[in-house]
Ligand binder design. Sequence first.
Ligand code: URP
Ligand code: ZN
Ligand code: ZN
Length: 468
Amino acid sequence: MSRTVIRNGLVVTATDEVLADVLVDGEQVAALATPESGQADTWADGAERVIDATDRYVIPGGVDAHTHMELPFGGTFASDTFETGTRAAAWGGTTTIIDFAVQTVGQSIREGLDAWFAKAEGNCAIDYGFHMIVGDVTDQSLKEMDMLVGEGITSFKLFMAYPGVFYSDDGQILRAMQAAAGNGGLIMMHAENGIAIDVLIAQALARGQTDPKYHGVVRHALLEAEATHRAIQLARVAGAPVYIVHLSALEALAEVTAARDSGFNAFAETCPQYLYLSTDDLGRPGFEGAKYVCSTPLRPAEHQAELWKGLRTNDLSVVSTDHCPFCFKEQKELGLGDFSKIPNGLPGVETRMDLLHQAVVDGHIGRNRWIEIACTTPAKMFGLYPRKGTITPGGDADIVVYDPNAGQVLSADTHHMNVDYSCYEGRSITGRVATVLSRGKVVVDGGEYLGRKGDGRYLTRGTCQYLR
Ligand code: URP
Ligand code: ZN
Ligand code: ZN
């Protein structure tokens, strides 16, 4: 078994910060020791590799619990494959993704899941698991959900948006939540009132309001808040927890906060785009705003302070990317002259760890909280802890050596995601990944990718570890 020693770094986890040396043996972390103990000299004897992490952080690999590689949407497909998207994730210090397998209407869950296994198998640079999008809640789907929990796919996304595509009505949602209450699964909710939004879309288009900025107008913050409220109440009736995905509106956050204050297990994630981008981007001149079309939509900048507060108070407990890239040329352009035809989604799997480190630099959160929201909580929320999400003996050696002082400028010219633009083009940030280990193997080092397609393994997950 090959051994790697990482010396003299500041090991940062969700709970601790300590100057320490780390011994990696094979695919796992074997031990940590203080530099003064001299242990690392012994470990270094015969080690295949010794990494000097002086003046650097040694952090767990990121866990991105919300990605959409190759997602079919609006007549096209998300432009990152499992190969390109997971490689870009590794470049950005993320070593685990949980992607959404899709059941479409008329399809069994098993068929949808098998198709996702086929897309991912042998192609991933880092470890991966699946959530299941239940697009057709039927008697059969409910039985299949029980089976999936037994097989390690323990979370299910439902949509209150997109009527005629992924949409579930309240009765279907209630039934799926009742199933989750029985089988220990976690319902993840896309909380937007899609029926009302479709009315507003038709009215806007009839008025000739076709530009990308109207995407944000029709997907009103109160329609996110209303759906969030309804999702929580349905979950309470069913006696099931609920996890609200890609929360962007302060009014929706208030619903989650109220539910949590009353003692109910409502969880929520937000995404870097809601923390750093706004309706100003959606309103960029010409058709450029299409680059920023995602759902839930970007909000006015005033929402951001509330989202940061929610991250500090744990009313928002996870930051995922909702990585769902579409090229500006030919893909976003499908919506020229009709904003409702712009494929929804943004690239982000590569930039999440860095943007959240920037939040540490800017004073929004502390270092431990950075790791908690980006690594540890997603691992616990989706049944992967402590194998993933921390640095501990026996856990997988998914480790990032992070240079907190290096500057970088985000750009499509230098990123590795398979998409022709960056949402953060030209933005200067402080901090960057130096070295990435995925299960003990160095996959990124000194600006070079050293991994291979197929390095990543499928992860069977347990149930939510906040509910046990
Ligand atoms: O705009 C988004 N979020 N696209 C991906 C699909 C989803 O709803 O998460
Ligand atoms: Zn969604
Ligand atoms: Zn999504």
